[in-house]
Design a protein around this ligand. Structure first.
Ligand SMILES: [Zn+2]
Length: 111
């Protein structure tokens, strides 16, 4: 976690477009958006992968998903959105600090 970009963002060492933050996680704009709205929900605790999550961490993921659904107007995704968690090399995970992609703001292409 010494050179983790998301941990550095959390500490304010790297600037980011933060749209939300509470005691558990933050939501920032993706710097390379793949949709009209492309946000990242990032738990504050540094955990690289799902299989390394504690039960508490997994419960937090559920809380984050629910929070996103409650914030959909504020996030500009009230007409629908897609949530993706990339895992590992084949999954296209580029930062090894577990994070949730939130995409919307337009009709997304079929997967
Ligand atoms: Zn990290």
């Amino acid at each position: 976690m010494g050179n983790c970009v998301f941990c550095a963002i959390r500490k304010g060492e790297i600037p980011s477009a933060k749209v939300y933050e509470d005691k558990d996680f933050m939501i920032i704009k993706d710097i390379n958006p793949q949709a009209k709205i492309h946000l990242l929900a990032i738990p504050h605790t540094h955990v690289p992968y799902l299989d390394m999550m504690t039960e508490e961490g997994v419960n937090l993921l559920g809380k984050i998903l629910h929070k996103i659904s409650k914030m959909q107007d504020q996030l500009g995704i009230s007409d629908g959105y897609r949530i993706i968690i990339n895992q590992g090399e084949n999954g296209g995970q580029t930062v090894n600090h577990l994070h949730i992609h939130i995409m919307g703001g337009e009709k997304l292409k079929d997967m």
